[in-house]
Write a protein that binds this ligand. Structure first.
Ligand SMILES: [Zn+2]
Ligand SMILES: [Zn+2]
Length: 247
């Protein structure tokens, strides 16, 4: 039983086509840095959201076709869930990518439905319902930073108001739909680490696979997945638990 595959995966990287990423995030540079850092499986996942259309993914594919690839490169996406019942993933888009990663917690984007009230329970409920909806999407391959509370958005203690059996039910839904949960360096955030470890352990027990990504927006962060060691070890994730896309 080996336990090193996560260090060879980076399935969440943004190119300069994502407005939040640096201009240095050119495909050729990303691939070269990834190779140097020992990445074997690279996933390009630019944002598709309320403002950015899936056309952006054509650009990624066209550019990728023109450059040399010494490592395995997959074209994915990070597609927003805008509210419960509404996402930006089109049929056309699904047929063009190697994998579909969805985000259900980009609440810093005001185009994404906000919690109805500001109490911890209401905010926790909203995080959960958006997450549960993501788990119900049969076409989704990965849920990006599941149930992560981004800095300067909400109080992360809202996560502790989510009921254990609700969480278990959503995780079961994701398992039935063969959806992997992402582990990125965001999962190391200390202010929600206790919740994260519990959540990931529940996923592991349920037989959920894990997608490993850096969520890099700069070259410095590309391939930096070895930092996940404390989580990988605590949750007991082995190579068999790691999800990989297929072309
Ligand atoms: Zn994201
Ligand atoms: Zn991202």
């Amino acid at each position: 039983m080996t336990n090193e595959l996560y260090k060879r995966c980076d399935l969440h990287v943004h190119t300069r086509l994502s407005v939040c990423a640096r201009g240095e995030m050119q495909l050729a540079s990303i691939i070269s840095v990834s190779e140097k850092r020992g990445v074997r499986y690279l996933g390009i996942t630019d944002h598709v959201d309320a403002r950015v259309s899936p056309v952006i993914l054509d650009e990624v594919r066209n550019e990728l076709a023109r450059i040399e690839k010494p490592i395995e490169v997959f074209v994915g996406c990070e597609a927003d869930i805008l509210s419960v019942g509404k996402h930006v993933v089109t049929e056309d888009m699904r047929s063009q990518v190697d994998f579909v990663m969805v985000s259900a917690n980009h609440f810093h984007d005001r185009a994404v439905a906000q919690p109805k009230g500001s109490s911890l329970e209401e905010v926790g409920r909203h995080f959960f319902e958006m997450f549960r909806y993501a788990c119900s999407l049969e076409f989704a391959d990965v849920i990006a930073h599941p149930l992560f509370v981004f800095p300067n958005t909400f109080d992360p203690t809202c996560l502790y108001t989510i009921k254990e059996h609700d969480l278990a039910e959503a995780i079961e839904l994701a398992r039935a739909n063969k959806i992997a949960m992402e582990i990125s360096p965001r999962a190391l955030a200390r202010d929600q680490l206790e919740f994260r470890l519990r959540f990931l352990s529940m996923c592991k027990s349920a037989g959920i696979k894990f997608s490993i990504g850096s969520d890099a927006h700069s070259l410095e962060s590309v391939g930096r997945t070895a930092v996940l060691a404390p989580i990988i070890e605590k949750v007991g994730i082995t190579d068999e638990d790691i999800w990989l896309p297929s072309k």
